[in-house]
Design a protein around this ligand. Structure first.
Ligand SMILES: Cc1ncc(COP(=O)(O)O)c(C=O)c1O
Length: 446
């Protein structure tokens, strides 16, 4: 038996600690040592402060039902799905996916290096390259695979990677897998990146260097000066790689994201992205101006070479989504999305909360302290807001936030409800914390 202090029935252990505590595990038994994490997770799960691994009952609609991993159902406005232009339920997209299944079946049945391509995947690579005003594009099974693969495919152990400190996990893991020579520069800081490059060039004038950044950072909703970064790459004989997972398709007049907004179309050395945010499907890509690079990636990027190609239904979904993104309907959807984004950001601020960064489909509401964030997350289902809590390792400790992801399909009423409910949940969470420890609960350990 163990004694637990509780706040409104939530054990202190659920409000303390973070996933960081279980990153490095000791002990010979690789399986048994997972137990400590599971015990901590269970303490959170059973106190309603583990808002992860939930499942939609209805698909990612603007209002929907989700079931948590204890089996509890919550219905509410959904700001936790990534479907920025609401294309995953667009009738033409659904129709295209069904037609592809009728024509090609459900499976690509091979790696793109072998015979996993279909005529429609080959055509999609071409379409994508043209959309980005690049010469070539190569598809990957997921955005994660593309981010990992472009780095691991091109960078060798004697090369260097100079990376924005907040780059996505797929880029960080790809960098670690490619070389020990990984240096981070301060988020968005071009001058700090220059210092890093100068240091490397002093030591090693002949090394290959890849600079890695994002078009729109997915936790902070901010953007580097891509022109300055590319100029820096040229100056130091490096190449620039930009991950456009969160801005391609949904930002910019023509949907080309920050690369287009900053007049850099066709001018960035390497562009990688994901289809999972705006294009209604799993999948990723790398675009380049070199046929040699495309071919090299196909055969030396392990997450492409040794992984099954996108399925025909996925390719058809992405292709139809790209048709819409490039059409006048796409422009209308982006207009609707931006209207929703601005309304939500204004609603958050009017209610005395704050959000990170610049207007994008990611409206990250500042929370900070993990205890407050978890108490707030616990209140959200009662209030009918489905939103993702982001805490370590996705952001630093003490920088927890709620990431509201806006869709073109949200109505004005759903936007207002999200702002109202976010505020109410945060107030409730704070009030419960302020009330302090209310009892000592005794329960079985383990
Ligand atoms: C910046 C960034 N890059 C890459 C990915 C990976 O994309 P996918 O979900 O398609 O694997 C994500 C998704 O979380 C992301 O946010």
């Amino acid at each position: 038996m163990k004694n637990y202090m509780t706040i409104d029935g939530v054990p202190a252990a659920a409000l303390e600690g973070s996933m960081r505590d279980f990153r490095v595990l000791e002990g010979v038994d690789l399986l048994a040592r997972c137990n400590a994490f599971h015990e901590w997770q269970d303490t959170r799960r059973h106190s309603g402060t583990w808002p992860f691994s939930r499942a939609t009952e209805t698909g990612p609609a603007a209002s929907c039902a989700v079931r948590d991993d204890r089996g509890n159902l919550c219905t509410g406005v959904n700001f936790a799905s990534q479907d920025y232009l609401s294309l995953s339920s667009h009738p033409a997209v659904l129709e295209a996916a069904k037609a592809a299944i009728d024509e090609f079946g459900v499976h690509s049945a091979g790696s793109p290096a072998l015979v996993g391509n279909t005529s429609i995947s080959v055509a999609l690579e071409d379409r994508l390259a043209r959309f980005l005003k690049m010469k070539e594009a190569v598809l990957f099974p997921t955005g994660w695979a593309a981010g990992f693969g472009v780095i691991k495919g091109l960078v060798r152990s004697h090369d260097y990677i100079v990376m924005d400190a907040l780059a996505h996990a797929c880029l960080q893991v790809g960098a670690q897998a490619a070389t020990r020579n990984v240096v981070l520069f301060r988020h968005l800081d071009v001058e700090h990146c220059r210092t890093r490059l100068q240091d490397i060039r002093k030591r090693d004038p002949k090394a290959g260097i890849m600079i890695v950044t994002e078009g729109l950072f997915s936790m902070d909703s901010d953007t580097p000066d891509l022109g300055a970064m590319q100029a820096l790459a040229h100056e130091f004989g490096a190449v620039l790689m930009v991950d456009v997972a969160h801005d391609l398709g949904c930002l910019g007049e023509d949907g080309t994201g920050h690369i287009g907004i900053q007049d850099m179309l066709g001018k960035v050395d390497l562009v990688m992205g994901s289809f999972s945010k705006t294009f209604g499907s799993n999948g990723g890509f790398v675009a380049t101006n070199s046929r040699a690079v495309k071919e090299y990636l196909r055969f030396y990027s392990p997450s492409c070479t040794f992984s099954n190609a996108l399925s025909p239904a996925q390719v058809a979904t992405i292709t139809k989504a790209l048709d819409i993104v490039e059409s006048s309907e796409g422009a209308v959807l982006r207009g609707r999305l931006m209207h929703n984004i601005l309304a939500l950001r204004a609603g958050i601020r009017e209610r005395g909360m704050d959000c990170y960064g610049d207007p994008s489909a990611i409206v990250a509401v500042k929370t900070g302290d993990e205890a407050l964030a978890r108490m707030t997350a616990r209140a959200l289902p009662e209030l009918g807001l489905i939103s993702n809590l982001v805490e370590f390792p996705a952001v630093g400790k003490g920088l927890a936030r709620f990431r509201l992801q806006v869709m073109a399909g949200h109505t004005d009423a759903e936007i207002t409800a999200a702002a109202d409910r976010m505020k109410a949940a945060m107030q409730l969470g704070q009030a419960r914390l302020d009330a302090g420890y209310d009892q000592t609960e005794t329960r079985l350990a383990g």
